[in-house]
Design a binder for this molecule. Structure first.
Ligand SMILES: [Zn+2]
Length: 268
């Protein structure tokens, strides 16, 4: 995501440096359908999805958030690296769209993971079909610019073109108008916020935790996952593991903290 070789030069400098419940005694609603949906995997049909993906227990269903997100307000959008909520949820976010791992679609579908994908047009390239499949199994699609520049310091017209341009692309590809924007490298300025607002975006979403190099790193605050944390799972970087494997490791961390995965768009 933020450290793509593609956009080298601006690299890493900037950021980051970037309960387990017992086995459910009864089958959860929807589990049968999820099982029917997956007819592959090492254990084959009938294996409970969480086991098929190597998790020790099912993910707890996310609670219904108490407060619905407000509609876009006049003025500048808020910048968030976490969400204030008492709910024991964290949020999984992915950037750019470089890695088009078909097993990731299966993972999202079978575990019903409400992931948020922040897409950059020049990185997705001709690969929008993969993200259409992800969207059809419950992922949300959000805005991460047309060409992935570091926006901070750029003139308004350039920032607006990057952000509004990607809104237009996503509308024509998916018929949607994303509400959330993630600036490349997490770098932005007041002009970015103004441009994002003018392009119809209602929040600028950063992250507090990043799943780099197989472990979670935190930008600030406690070095453990807390309710409301926004987690960025890097994709498209030269690593030995796949997006699916990285995600499963993060899910283990999430369960170990007695948390589950919430839908960011329900809270922001
Ligand atoms: Zn990025």
């Amino acid at each position: 995501m933020k450290w793509r070789a593609l956009t080298a030069g601006v690299l890493a400098a900037t950021l980051l440096t970037g309960c387990a419940q017992s086995v459910a005694p009864t089958e959860r609603p929807g589990e049968k359908a999820a099982q029917r949906a997956g007819s592959y995997g090492p254990e084959g049909v009938g294996e409970r999805p969480y086991r098929r993906w190597g998790l020790a227990a099912p993910l707890r269903p996310a609670p219904k958030p108490a407060v619905r997100p407000a509609a876009a307000r006049p003025g500048l959008p808020p910048v968030l690296d976490r969400v204030r909520t008492p709910d024991r949820v964290v949020f999984l976010t992915y950037d750019d769209g470089a890695e088009k791992d078909p097993r990731f679609v299966d993972l999202v579908r079978e575990l019903r993971l409400p992931v948020s994908m922040f897409l950059t047009d020049s990185v997705v390239g001709p690969g929008y079909g993969h993200f259409a499949r992800l969207r059809s199994v419950g992922a949300s699609i959000q805005n991460h610019t047309l060409d992935h520049p570091a926006l901070r310091g750029l003139p308004y017209a350039g920032q607006r073109a990057e952000i509004c341009g990607q809104q237009d692309k996503l509308r024509s590809r998916f018929g949607i108008r994303p509400r959330l924007f993630r600036p490349p490298y997490g770098t932005y300025d007041a002009t970015t916020l103004r441009a994002a607002a003018d392009c119809g975006l209602s929040a600028v979403v950063l992250w507090r935790a990043s799943a780099a190099n197989g472990e979670l790193a935190f930008t600030e605050g406690a070095s453990r996952l807390r309710p409301g944390d926004i987690v960025s799972v890097p994709s498209g970087e030269p690593t030995d593991d796949t997006l699916t494997e990285r995600t499963i490791r993060v899910l283990g961390e999430i369960q170990g903290r007695g948390l589950t995965v919430g839908r960011l768009e329900d809270y922001v």
